[in-house]
Ligand binder design. Sequence first.
Ligand SMILES: [Zn+2]
Length: 625
Amino acid sequence: MKESREKKKKTSRKSGFHKLLFGRMQVAMTLFLFIVCVLVAERHNVAVKKSELRLDVLEQEAFQEPPFEKEPECLLLWNSQEDNSVNAAEEMRAVLRQMRVSYEEQDVAIEPELALSGYPKAVLAFGLYDALGEELFEIFDSVKEGMDLLIACPPEADRYYDMVFRQMGIRETDPSERYTVRRLRFKKNFMVGGAGKDFAVSDPFDSANRVILDPECQVYLASADETEVPLIWKYTYEKGDVVSVNLNYFEKAYRGFYAAAYSLLSDSCVYPVINASSFYLDDFPSPVPHGSGEYIERDYGMDVESFYTNVWWPDIQELAEEHGVRYTGLVIENYSDEHAAPLSGNTDTRRFQYFGNELLNMGGEIGFHGYNHMPLVLPNFYYGEEYESYRQWESPEDIRTAMAELNRFCTALYPDEKFQVYVPPSNVLSQEGRAILAEDFLDIKAIASIYFEGQAEYTQEFEVAKDGIIETPRIISGCVIDSYMEIAALSELNFHFVNSHFLHPDDVLDEDRGAAKGWEAMRNRLGEYMDWLYTAAPEIRNLTGTEMAGAVQRYYYLDPLVEEGDGEIAIHLSNFQDEAWLFARVNRGTVSQVINGTATEVAEDLYLVQALENEVILKLSYEDE
Ligand SMILES: [Zn+2]
């Protein structure tokens, strides 16, 4: 089946198809008839085996252990009077919290006197050193004595900066004129996926300080141009390390850079990761998507429906087979604008049978997108400027009716499946709608909406909500993977070791999502992304939506307590269940043996650790020293 499908696809994709000889035409026709027969046969083959989950969501009661009581490891210094510092502190809190770093914070606008003793590390998340005055010297005195320091904000030009920049490893600097960084280049392979490629900055501005560094500095990241302005570097000042991040991008898409920079401080740094890669197919299966088939007609000379069956789906399957991807398809029963009971339903189930069963046979999973494409919102919800065609459901009862109908529809189609993943239409979801999803008449365990803030979108972190529903945000989407998405994907590989991508069948009908480029170009771009991802992170696990939720749940409750001894790093884990994954940055020594787990080097000095017990020991060797 696969072979013939590929042949068919290649035939249909050939340009100059009309020039083919009559004989080849006959072959193609025969092949076509054969495929029709196979399709018809498959359509009737409803006895599909239940897809087996490799990692299920556990009962919440399993996670009883409290996090460890830890001495604060880090002091986060920020200034509520400085706009940039407010953003920097917000991002650094997210980074430290999710890395399970126990930290305290101090707003120097309120409390200008520093008490650094007892903190092994500090993060300096403001750039106007004048505001702190001579207290600033306390910080560098502490570094001299062994405290490690992360400089999160590029400092502003002022006399106090002039007095300390040498202690950051800078020889010359002129911060009065900032440098516009347009691309990033890794000078060391310290982040997963960073090697061998420059990364464009999507909204460049005069962000960075121009600096000339002491040759003792280790430069990890620089601008990708002739100047190669250092953007992340490390300098050892007496007994302490100073890591400077000269990026100035305080937004969610860069958290992985700050996490990686923080991990360069001290001998080692261990933090939990999710280790999951998921690809979601929104609106699939669904009735034939709406939209203009202009470009499909142009490139393939076929109608939208046969394009999906004969070109799009085989291509999507081929991409998955190449990398072991297991899609999560999200069902839409119909595209009506109904928003109150009674609902008309959908009796035409052929496409659902065929595509749904194919997807399950590939080891995929089916989840809910909606009875129709109307988000689960009530009349009190304001959509904003966008989404003019969207309606609000008249009452909570109407939302329940719609979800119950979708559940009935899918259960009849796929009787052995449980529908545990919900993706909100257009990523829009109200609090009331969300509460209904958590009710007992459904099996929803995870909501996969979106990671980045939008207008009306339901924005998430990778976490477990108070009601037990697991938030599994999607990070990037579509076939036009732009520079922002590339940075975000790279960042998340390093922050959570996660990939989460969604694709719509109707991307190919929508000019905003790349339709004019043609499907072939779109498919190739997606293939390129997958090639990058699985080359950068061959160890990452391909999981379906529910399995991703299982991974996020285990990650969310996991708390490591790390003891560094001579020759080893002992990791104690709270809420360890059946498996756990961590990143271990080992700045001194190399891992030579692992007790109760495995370790794979995924970037320079960065190990992906699989814990098999709640105590893992990394044995180190110091041969290079
Ligand atoms: Zn959709």
